[in-house]
Ligand binder design. Sequence first.
Ligand SMILES: [Zn+2]
Length: 119
Amino acid sequence: MRIRKGDSVIVVTGDDSAATPRKVLQLLDGGRKLVVEGVNRVYKHVRRGHPKSPQGGRLQLEMPIDASNVLLHCPACSHGTRVGLRYNDEGRKERYCKKCQATLSTVGAVRPAYAKKSE
Ligand SMILES: [Zn+2]
């Protein structure tokens, strides 16, 4: 999967599906599962002495969802889109929006072998 921590995603299936972009908080299982802000919330009952709830009671927590249920949100065309990978002119891998071709972010180091040759 090409979703990373901190990305904005659109949840496309399930009770919490909506057209509004939400933030990815955590990647699990090598990126196949995601914890997304405000999505798949459950109440977890905790005893007294829990660091987040010293009184005990109920905590609202996000549970992981499958990465196939989200689309990356593209800020250029403001759609949920699929993500492609390509090398840019300087030889750096970048993620791009398959709808509008806009570059979303770069990945990894510059690899001169993939740089565009200027003749
Ligand atoms: Zn786009």
